[in-house]
Design a protein. Structure first.
Ligand code: PHB
Length: 366
């Protein structure tokens, strides 16, 4: 099979991507104490710099934005310095890398929150979901997500500001741009989806109101970065990871995506969060509707292969194709696709936490 479409370059703002492969954002929970990226993380990302674009694992923009032990942050000077090693290593290896801006909202627990507070959310609606905590004695384990506290209207600008600050920090750390994480049941998706957003103010109710907070964050991030082509956004319409459910994804996400057109972003990244299973009935139709509405660059993600990715770009369904699990297990994914070579299998036991094992020791082809 030829993959000529996947191998063609694409311009995003001032960046030339040499191919259409994207390394998807992937939580790996391997930061140092203080949620600081390390030399090990730099090595891992540099191994995968063959992607046209690397998107970092989700990185909390403030301490309240954390839902998993050892996930990296982008709010402290030490974290910026840690990330500098990562961006330097990726650039030295010839790659390009965006940072994913994260706030988990209700997918958290008092053990992860400053002063043991309740996590924050659009509304006080508890998710039937899991986060990952460290106890005072150092032991660590999965935990049920806690009952969140609804953000007051006058607190919203402060959260928006955290995203803007995180994006400025990301540029300081040498990233080529940022991705606003509005997918997978985290804070921004909690605002978008009708069941997790029970607000009666201007940020709840209609699709327009539920999209307002996401657009506030996008606009503040673009203003802080100073170049809309360095800001992308990720969404996961119809996703139920994190116990979100939207009553009308077609209406909600069509509205949001239409509003994004005027922002002239780097890209729209549409994820099908299929790693927990689920049927996603109607997803393909929704995706092609969003593709028709959106006038800019589109990345698709979720269970893609070399064949399906090549077909999607050839058919004009997507401009770029993100690979998650294949990039974890195959640092040289681009070379394997070019050669039509077999892929290393994924080790599900080393995804989260730990060190080099299952992280930087997956073999490249000889
Ligand atoms: C996870 O840690 O399981 C996770 C993090 C971010 C995502 C999805 C899953 O977007």
């Amino acid at each position: 099979m030829t993959i000529e479409h996947l191998l063609s370059p694409l311009q995003i703002g001032a960046l030339t991507l040499p191919n259409r492969l994207v390394m998807a954002p992937l939580t790996r929970q391997r930061s140092l104490p203080g949620n600081i990226p390390s030399e090990l993380n730099a090595h891992y990302y540099a191994q995968r710099a063959n992607a046209g674009l690397v998107i970092s694992e989700a990185s909390q923009v403030c301490p309240e934005g954390q839902g998993y032990a050892w996930s990296p942050g982008i709010h402290s000077d030490a974290q910026i310095a840690g990330w500098q090693q990562v961006t330097q290593a990726v650039h030295d290896a010839g790659g390009r890398i965006f940072l994913q801006l994260w706030h988990v909202g209700r997918i958290s627990h008092p053990l992860l929150q400053p002063n043991g507070a309740a996590p924050v959310a659009p509304s006080a609606v508890q998710a039937q979901a899991e986060c990952y905590v460290v106890e005072a004695d150092g032991s660590h384990h999965k935990a049920a997500t806690a009952m969140p506290r609804a953000l007051e209207l006058n607190e919203l600008p402060g959260v928006v500001e955290a995203y803007a600050h995180g994006s400025v920090n990301a540029l300081k750390a040498g990233f080529d741009g940022v991705e606003v994480h509005a997918a997978n049941g985290y804070l921004l998706d909690q605002f978008l989806c009708s069941d997790s957003n029970q607000r009666t103010d201007a940020y709840g109710g209609s699709a327009e109101n539920r999209a307002r907070f996401v657009l506030d964050v996008v606009d503040a991030t673009v203003a802080a970065v100073g170049d809309s082509r360095k800001v992308g956004i990720r969404i996961s319409p119809m996703g139920t990871f994190g116990d979100v459910n939207d009553a009308n994804p077609l209406e909600t996400f069509s509205y949001l995506v239409a509003q994004l057109n005027s922002r002239q972003l780097a890209y729209l990244h549409v994820n099908r969060p299929d790693w927990l299973g689920g049927t996603f009935e109607g997803f393909d139709a929704l995706l092609s509707t969003l593709r028709q509405i959106y006038t800019g660059t589109v990345i698709i993600a979720g269970g893609q292969t070399a064949e399906s990715g090549e077909q999607a770009v050839a058919d004009g369904l997507a401009d770029l194709v993100a690979y998650g699990r294949p990039y974890i297990a195959n640092p040289d994914l681009l070379a394997r696709f070019k050669a039509g070579a077999a892929l290393n299998p994924l080790d599900g036991n080393t995804l989260y936490g730990g060190g080099a094992e299952g992280y930087t020791d997956y073999p490249s082809m000889s």
